[in-house]
Design a protein around this ligand. Sequence first.
Ligand SMILES: *Cc1c(COP(=O)(O)O)cnc(C)c1O
Length: 358
Amino acid sequence: MNLRIPGPTPLPPDVMAAVGQQMINHRGPEFAAMLRQVTAWFQYFYETQNDLFILTSSGTGAMEAAVVNTLSPGDRVLAVSIGVFGDRFGEIASAFGAEVVKLRFKLGQPADPEAVAAALRDKGPFKAVLFTQNETSSGVTNPVEQLCAVIRQAAPEALILVDGISGLGAIRLQTDAWGCDVVLSGSQKAWMAPPGLAMISFSPRAWAAYAQAKMPRFYFDLGLARRYAQRGQTPATPALPVLYALHVSLERMAAEGIEATVARHAHIGAYCRQRAQELGLALFARPGFESNTVTAITLPKGFDSDQVLEQLRVDYDIVVASGRDPGVDMLRIGHMGYVSEADLDAVFDALRVILGRG
Ligand SMILES: *Cc1c(COP(=O)(O)O)cnc(C)c1O
């Protein structure tokens, strides 16, 4: 099957083999060595010296961890959203009692740094600003560096919490240089591993907030995670097969290096957009902000995306994603991690036939 959804992504054969390995003691020395090594590789890709924890959960759990470890009920939070996942981040903060002010941009558009600066000035003060690095639901990458710069300028004390789940490992995010306090990612996206682990980096400023934060937390308490990490352990039993997978995939990614990994995704992203445009398909993202991990396209009039999706699956064994926003008819093609031009050629060759483009 040609699995072209924006996560979970296909596993390379050696990663698949790693998943099938025998269990080990998660309180033993082999596990400690593996956890420390994988953590160090993640810190390299996050470009951070901050603490980084590997949680057993999907990406959404890391979003929750970001919120409950830094905030108290009643804290004012600016939730900058450009789509479904930006909305979710704000909803989690709301669910735990934060007072959330939402700044929502139209689907397909990135967040405008000027509008964020204005919201910080006019509606502040805020304890934290939340946003998504790469909005998987619309195929748009936010200008994270510029967003961080305006936040640091307009609200120097505000925490910057970034959902990098579908971007990290493929699209550059310089955690420390840009001043991101908490950054999240998920094993099943660009890291080429199965779902089950989520990563969270935590800055000294975030630790200062942690000391005051009163939202309820237990499973995702990062203070506990920090104590266990000193011994090379996690508080509860981790998803070992996913860690085995990351140990293989990250070794390869680290050997390739950040620059080359990011360049490879820039290339495959551009290739996907070029092939779409050759077929006359409209790209959903604002030009200049297209994601290099997922491409959202709208179909020509007269074609229904659910029907095209089904034809791709049944006739070609190709699985792409539908839109996440009801009322917006789109297809989303994932191209992060283990993906080649040939994988995308198969998608567009099939679409050419389905759409009757000769
Ligand atoms: C996939 C994704 C999530 C949710 O991750 P789960 O692992 O499904 O919980 C959150 N944010 C973004 C940007 C994503 O792409």
